[in-house]
Design a protein around this ligand. Structure first.
Ligand code: SAH
Ligand code: SF4
Length: 418
């Protein structure tokens, strides 16, 4: 057995840069994007409003910000005309910058986004006949190094803030023109103000973009709370799925504090193979992971846990693997469905995708055991938007290469100055 005692899982030991909830702006104004109601209220009080005014204005701002997607204080019709310039002097409502927007031949869209401190990350929108799914990033890069994942070859640059996470969903609604237009209505029941799927493009969210969401738990939770808030983006938790590579200690809290659907990147059924391709397995093994799934609050037959399984040629794709997968899911009595994902290649990847016959055979064994195991059609491969292909170009350079380039730029500047 490999000795794992000396191995470090980077996510556990590396200091992860934790940006403040408010990023300072050069013009001194505060960006409200990503802030919850009480924080907005406190800022208004700090700026001089009395408690009652601050409470009312915070409620109004929250509505315009998250329910209506308004970024201009002048458009906030129920806020007094004289108040609006006062707000605009002190606050802004931002969005992540769009560096590039790409369209796949199959309708998939990918956006390259940039944070205010200049880091790039990606989000993907996947339209289907009956739904539209936004794939949201939680980190820039990833501390984990799953061997089949392009993001895994990036170092972790930093966690995304709540504003940068909810900002992706808001930007998608901007681009798709999908903000509710009705007047301000605070219905008592959440369902009455819920963002309806009818006729809309963006109906579902998956936390399956860049990064491991459970290593950025607080910010992901805070962002999703704004997404699920009936007076905010009002998207039902049933339409949101969070995918984890298996950060076992955070899974219970994910169920309790966020309550969204869970997807688990299983990808292998033996310790040997999972240790190799999903290295976090050396820290939290398959048994521990499946037990945490069995204990996941709110998982039941109506809300099954999705097990993602990337099909890698000669690695994890035999009939015996499929039978072992069925055995494990039964042993832990899991309300499960399996997503078989054909491996999406990227430049320099060391894996190959299993053959279509192999994937069909694997799928049939799981289906025959009464567990749904559809094969995912890869989407957006032509624009590198498919599962595991996300990696921002700025980060494709190694650190050494960036240092070299910085030195060269400095040299050029010196020469020019001389
Ligand atoms: N870090 C989280 C979420 C992001 S990855 C996680 O690992 O679950 C989203 C999904 O894409 C995961 O199931 C991941 O294993 C899968 N994936 C990564 N690289 C892939 C590739 N090259 N081809 C197919 N699926 C891939
Ligand atoms: Fe990170 Fe998920 Fe990619 Fe693994 S599959 S490297 S956890 S983003």
């Amino acid at each position: 057995m490999p000795d794992t005692t000396l191995m470090t899982i980077p996510g556990q030991v590396d200091p992860v840069p934790a940006p403040r909830d408010i990023t300072p702006r050069e013009d001194g104004r505060v960006d409200l994007l990503g802030l919850p109601r009480p924080r907005i209220r406190a800022l208004l009080e700090e700026a001089g409003l009395d408690a009652k005014q601050a409470k009312l204005r915070a409620k109004q701002l929250f509505h315009w910000l998250y329910h209506r997607g308004v970024t201009d204080f002048d458009a906030m019709s129920d806020i007094a005309k004289t108040m609006r310039p006062w707000l605009a002097e002190r606050f802004v409502i931002g969005r992540p910058d769009i560096v590039e927007a790409q369209h796949s031949s199959d309708g998939t869209r990918k956006w390259l986004l940039r944070t205010s401190d200049g880091h790039e990350f990606e989000m993907v929108f996947i339209p289907d006949a009956d739904r539209g799914t936004l794939c949201v990033s939680s980190q820039i890069g990833c501390t984990l190094n799953c061997t089949f994942c392009h993001t895994g070859t990036m170092r972790l640059v930093r966690n995304l803030t709540p504003g940068e996470i909810v900002g992706q969903v808001m930007l998608a609604r901007d681009s798709l023109g999908e903000w509710p237009k009705g007047k301000m209505d605070f219905a008592a029941e959440e369902s009455e103000v819920e963002y309806r799927a009818d006729g809309r493009l963006l109906t579902n969210i998956v936390m399956m973009g860049m990064g491991e969401p459970l290593y950025n738990f607080d910010n992901v939770r805070d962002a999703l709370q704004l997404v699920m808030d009936g007076e905010g983006l009002a998207l039902s938790k049933r339409r949101i799925t969070l995918s984890t590579s298996g950060v076992v200690p955070m899974m219970a809290r994910c169920g309790e504090e966020i309550g969204v659907n869970l997807a688990v990147s299983l990808h292998a059924v033996t310790k040997e193979v999972r240790d190799e391709i999903v290295p976090i397995n050396r820290k939290y093994g398959i048994e521990e992971l499946l037990q945490a799934c069995a204990d996941y609050p709110s998982a039941n037959n109506a809300r099954r846990i999705t097990f993602e399984y990337v099909m890698l040629k000669d690695k994890n794709d035999t009939d015996a693997d499929a039978r072992e997968l069925v055995r494990l899911l039964r042993q832990y009595d899991l309300p499960a469905k399996v997503n078989l994902i054909p491996f999406n290649p990227w430049p320099g990847s060391a894996h190959e995708c299993s053959t279509p016959e192999r994937i069909r055979s694997f799928s049939a064994i799981v289906f025959d055991a009464g567990i749904s195991a559809p094969v995912r059609t890869p989407r957006g491969r032509d624009i590198d938007a498919a599962c595991g292909q996300l990696k921002t170009s700025a980060e494709k350079k190694s650190r050494a290469q960036r240092d070299r380039e910085a030195a060269e730029t400095a040299e050029t500047a010196e020469t020019a100055a001389a």
